[in-house]
Ligand binder design. Structure first.
Ligand SMILES: *Cc1c(COP(=O)(O)O)cnc(C)c1O
Length: 417
């Protein structure tokens, strides 16, 4: 761990205050050119006494703008203080968690996993165009059927098809022959360049794709490809498993990663993270963004700097060891739940190092779904799965209540028939 540390609450407050002080202060400094200011004073008092003890809220009221990408070129000087803390967050993620070498990556805190995923597709579409003069209809996205819907959304926006690869119903894994067949068909249809989205935990199952399987099949078929990892959900869980496959920048096939801080890290919404190997992001430079100092290489424009500070503060309040402990507590609760499902003979899918349990729907009634807010795989009346996500607030006693209800309902059902 080169960048990730645990700080005391005094140190956290001091670093946040310093960062904000190094930004423009709209209350005292002369700043005439930006269409920006602190938050509206009728609603957000910047001199409320409680803000003294709440550095993050104070930063929120100061309202820094983090527009642009701060790992490359120049950025808006008015907010350079808080940009530094965004860069620290990216260093922790890219270098300490995802094994990049320092300064060999670019990235930014996006609005969410959706934006970060679409940013990746956009970067690769333009990369193939800029590098190989590819036409858009020679490019295709490859992703599993369990992939998040932000990928079909991006496919639609960018005008390149998404080839959805079916997975095995029980293991949720892609079969090599099935993958090969799909790519061969795409090849005969004129596709030469492939953007792979490999999941580091799917939203519904927590299943993890093997990026090397994609790399092997695509290399064998002698086509050009780039691999993006969608770790929106799993990015703060899967890497903390010591026996894991290295799904990170130490794998030469992996060029970019999405991680959401507003899921497992419990940061405010608006904190998805996009990371990619150095230089790739330049493929989406918007030359027309002339009024922004530095380069705009991001899908969104203005974005809240307070969000970056919130992620920074969460990461540095835990440090790596306490984060590891926290994840392991959640995994222990997940183990407990799975052991009891086994005893009760309820079938489910679970990746052994993830905190999602997706149960087959046969023994689970609509009433139980509603009472416990279980999430079905589909709302179209043909649902086969319900998932439980063991988040911070999901404790053993809640899981126990669910098991009791399932058991009771199941007995009643059997009495009726
Ligand atoms: C949640 C999620 C997304 C989308 O993230 P948002 O932050 O909701 O935009 C993308 N991929 C996966 C795997 C997810 O779980």
């Amino acid at each position: 761990m080169q960048f990730w540390k645990k700080y005391s609450s005094e140190k956290l407050a001091q670093k946040i205050n310093e960062a904000v002080q190094n930004n423009v202060d709209f209350s005292t400094d002369i700043s005439l050119g930006y269409p920006a200011s602190k938050l509206d004073g009728n609603v957000f008092y910047d001199n409320a006494h409680f803000l003294k003890d709440a550095p993050l809220l104070k930063a929120f009221v100061a309202n820094p703008n983090h527009i642009g990408c701060h790992t490359v070129g120049d950025s808006e000087h008015a907010f350079s203080g808080t940009h530094e803390l965004e860069k620290e967050v990216l260093n922790v993620l890219a270098v300490d968690i995802f094994n990049s070498k320092p300064n060999e990556f670019d990235g930014y805190i996006a609005t969410g996993g959706t934006e970060a995923n679409i940013q990746a597709l956009w970067v690769y579409r333009n990369y193939f165009k800029n590098t190989y003069n590819a036409s858009f209809d020679e490019i295709a996205i490859i992703s599993s059927e369990d992939t998040h819907y932000s990928i079909p959304k991006g496919s639609n926006l960018l005008g390149i098809p998404n080839i959805s690869i079916p997975v095995d119903f029980e293991t949720r894994l892609i079969d090599k022959t099935v993958l090969k067949n799909h790519i061969e068909i795409a090849k005969t249809n004129g596709k030469k360049y492939f953007i792979v989205v490999s999941n580091m935990a799917t939203t519904m199952f927590g299943s993890v794709d093997d990026p090397d399987l994609f790399a092997e099949v695509l290399s064998d078929l002698e086509v050009k490809f780039k691999i993006h990892i969608d770790g929106a959900f799993g990015g703060f869980i899967y890497p903390f498993n010591k026996e894991r496959q290295a799904i990170d920048f130490s794998n030469p096939h992996i060029d970019s990663i999405t991680i959401d801080a507003h899921k497992m890290l419990q940061a405010p919404y608006g904190t998805g993270v996009f990371l990619s190997r150095k230089g790739l992001i330049n493929n989406v430079l918007t030359k027309e963004a002339q009024y922004v100092n530095g380069m705009d290489l991001t899908l969104c424009g203005s974005r809240s700097g307070a969000n970056a500070l919130a992620v920074w503060m969460i990461l540095f309040s835990y440090g790596p060891h306490r984060w590891f402990e926290k994840i392991n507590i959640l995994l222990m609760r997940t183990n407990w739940f799975c052991e009891h499902l086994d005893e009760m003979g309820i079938d489910y899918y679970r990746h052994p190092k993830m905190n999602i349990v997706t149960m087959k729907s046969e023994k689970i009634s609509k009433k139980i779904e509603e009472k416990f807010d279980l999430v079905p795989e589909t709302h179209d009346g043909n649902n086969k799965w319900y998932k439980v996500v063991i988040m911070d607030h999901v404790e053993i006693n809640h899981l126990e209540d669910l098991l009791i209800c399932i058991k009771k309902y199941w007995k009643e059902e059997q009495l009726v028939y």
